[in-house]
Structure formats: C-alpha cells, structure tokens
Design a protein around this ligand. Sequence first.
Ligand SMILES: O=C(O)C1=C[C@@H](OP(=O)(O)O)[C@@H](O)[C@H](O)C1
Ligand SMILES: C=C(OP(=O)(O)O)C(=O)O
Length: 429
Amino acid sequence: MDVEISQSELSGTARAPPSKSYTHRAILAAGYSGGALVFDPLISADTKATMRAVDAFGGDVTDTGEAIEIDGFGGEPTIPGDVLDCANSGTTTRLVSGTAALVDGITVFTGDASLRSRPQGPMLSAIDQLGGRGESTRGNGKAPLVLKGPISGGTVSIPGDVSSQYVSALLMAGALTDEGVTIDLETELKSAPYVDITLELLDDFGVTAEKRDGGYRVDGGQFYEPSDGEYHVPGDFSSISYLLAAGAVAADDDERVRIEGAYPSAQGDTFIVDVLDRMGADIEWNRNDGVLTVRQSSLSGVTVDVGDTPDLLPTIAALGAIADGETRIENCEHVRYKETDRVAVMAKELSNLGASVEEEDDALTIYGDESNLVGSVVDGHGDHRIVMALAVAGLAADGTTMVADAEHVDVSFPDFFDVLYDLGAGVQR
Ligand SMILES: O=C(O)C1=C[C@@H](OP(=O)(O)O)[C@@H](O)[C@H](O)C1
Ligand SMILES: C=C(OP(=O)(O)O)C(=O)O
C-alpha cells in the first residue's frame, strides 16, 4: 500500500494505542499461568504472532473483542504441532525461545525475511549454557532456529549490547525452571527499560525477579498468577511519539493535539516528552489524567542518546530534519538490528526528502532545515516505524510525500493512518 501525505494542519484528540511490549508479555505470562484475561490489548500483526505461539505451546487464546482470553499451559508448555511462524516480530521470537527451552522436545521457529536477518546468537548460546540446545539452521545465529529443552536453570553469560529481549525471555522462562536463572551481562545493557517493563509485568503476575550488579536473577519454582485473573495494558509511548511529533510539527495555529491514555509506566520511550521539550516544543503532560497536549512550535536541534530508547530513533530523526540546526542521535548501533537497519534507512529516506544527514556507526546527525524538505517518494522498507516517522516528515515537507510499503503499520499501530486522518492530516491511500 502506498500512502500520500500532504502538508497539513492538525487538531483534536487521539487515544494512545495499547503498548506492544506489555501486550506481548501479558499474553505469554497468561500462557505461563493457569489462565487470564488481558484487557486493552494491542491486536496487531506482531502480538498475533505471540498469540499463535501461546496456542502452539498448549494454551488456548481467544480474542473476545473486549479482551484476550487465555487458557494457560502453566509451567508445562508442550511441543508445538508445527513450525512456529514469528512473522516480523523480534519480541515474539526471543520471548518464546525461552518457552521452547522449557519444552521436553524440539521446537522450530521461523519468520519473514527481516526476522531471519536479525541476531539470535546470544539466545541460542544461553539455551546451550543452561543445558538445552539452540541451533540456527544456517549456522549464522539467525532464524530458522531449532531449540531443544528442557532446561533446569543455572547461570548464563551473554552480551547486553545486541538485544535486551534475551534477558526478558530468560527471566520470564527462568521463573518456571527448577533452579532459576542468573544472567551475567558481558557488556553494558542497551534498551534496559524494556527489562524494567518485564520486571513490572512479572510483579503484576506474582513473579519476583531482580536486577543485580552486572545482571539479573530470577528464582525458579515460581507460579504466574495475575491478581483477579486479569491484566490491563497501558498506552504505548513509542506509538505516541509519532502523534506528539505530528502535533509539534503540524498542529493548527493556536490549536493543540491532545493524546489520552498516556499514563506513566516503566516505558523508557516516555523520554520523547523530554526530547520534544528540549527541542523547544510547547508540550504538557498531565500524568495523573494520562493526557498529553502539544502545540506547533519552532523546534531546534538537540543531542540525544538513544541507548535506552532505540525505537525513538526514527521519530527523533524525522523531527531533526524539521528542527533548525544540528540534531545528533548517539549510542544507536543497536538500532541497526531491528526490522531494518534504521540508522541507514532513516539517513537514506530523509536525504530523499532533501535533508542533510551524516551517518556514523553509532551516531546519526541531521542538519535540519524545514524549508529544505520537499515532498517526494520515500520507501517504508517494510518497517512500521520507518513508515510512521516518514509520514510525520511528510506533514511538514512542502507538497506531497508518498510513503511506499505503508501497510506495515499493522505491526504496532494498525490504525495509524486513520488516527492521523481524524486529526486533520491529508492522507490518501
Ligand atoms: O522487549 C521489547 O518489548 C522490545 C525491546 C527493544 O528491542 P531490543 O531490546 O532488541 O533493543 C525494542 O526495540 C522492541 O521494539 C521491543
Ligand atoms: C524492534 C521492534 O520490535 P521487535 O523487536 O519485536 O521486532 C519495534 O517494534 O520497533
């Protein structure tokens, strides 16, 4: 699907979409329990992959429309009847690799071309270290994966600078092993707030895990049990980042774009509020009411470290192209291991719109000037966050911007273009 975005003036109220990260974890945690209802879930291509996985390991997952109803497999996942297709979802692949390690038997995972290009080596090594077996069919540390359990727990040593999702997976599965799992990190942990999300969710499901010097620890022999048998998913700040950025660059004069359902949680991506504030945006966050408002503002470039918040890179890069002066995004090498190499792809596509951009291994510098941005044809590269960030740039660029491959918003924010349209954006499919 190609989507045309024209220079627009926005106003009105949008509801924050539910968090992808919490939804994945809640579905799996409910699978690890006797059963639970997950309210306000994100129903998207990625979270459907996790639903399929929980079904495949012996759970029963139903989307009732009001909630996801999960009949769990408890601590005893069974051998899936078929190869598991994790589609485009890194979170699914990593989290349920932990589940596969608990199974007394062999599980095979695959996914789309993007997923099969992403690193899984540290997870395979962790499963080996715990007494299971993890293989990549091509021997390159990437899916298709063949995993053999069961593990009984122990200590693993893995790098922290590839993906935090290995840590989340080992903590979630480790609670169901006999001995528990201790994770020693060989490097500093990138994307660390995503492990905080895991710890917060585990706590809500009655499971204790902790951060320690140089790593994490979860005791074994625990039980997943959410209080009252239900879990409520908070709003997603990665998704909110596009709506805030859209308001900051294209809100109608004297009008504000308002976002509801934006309550504080462990999400590192709330950092977007600080970033916009530092860029000079007129932005307010009423944390008690969960309401964010933003007005169109003249933005200036900033230096930002995205070590904790990789998913904000495309949004900040798009804002940097519109802001005046230099925006430097640092500590972003791990952002190259996502659905695409987002550092390279944002550099390429913002250049196509007329921005001046410089790429280094772990930094992206954008020399912003809104008047240089001219609508053009840009490629979403099959990556939901690239599509949404380019759509934001298109709201400010002169004329019309056509984003190709735009259907991939279904991975995390399926009604993104409807929400943008309802706020007054010129959107044509
Ligand atoms: O655990 C999670 O829910 C996620 C962790 C992050 O990945 P990495 O830990 O691989 O950086 C993030 O980019 C991804 O969108 C979601
Ligand atoms: C990287 C992402 O997700 P995942 O790792 O689950 O594919 C993302 O949503 O930006």
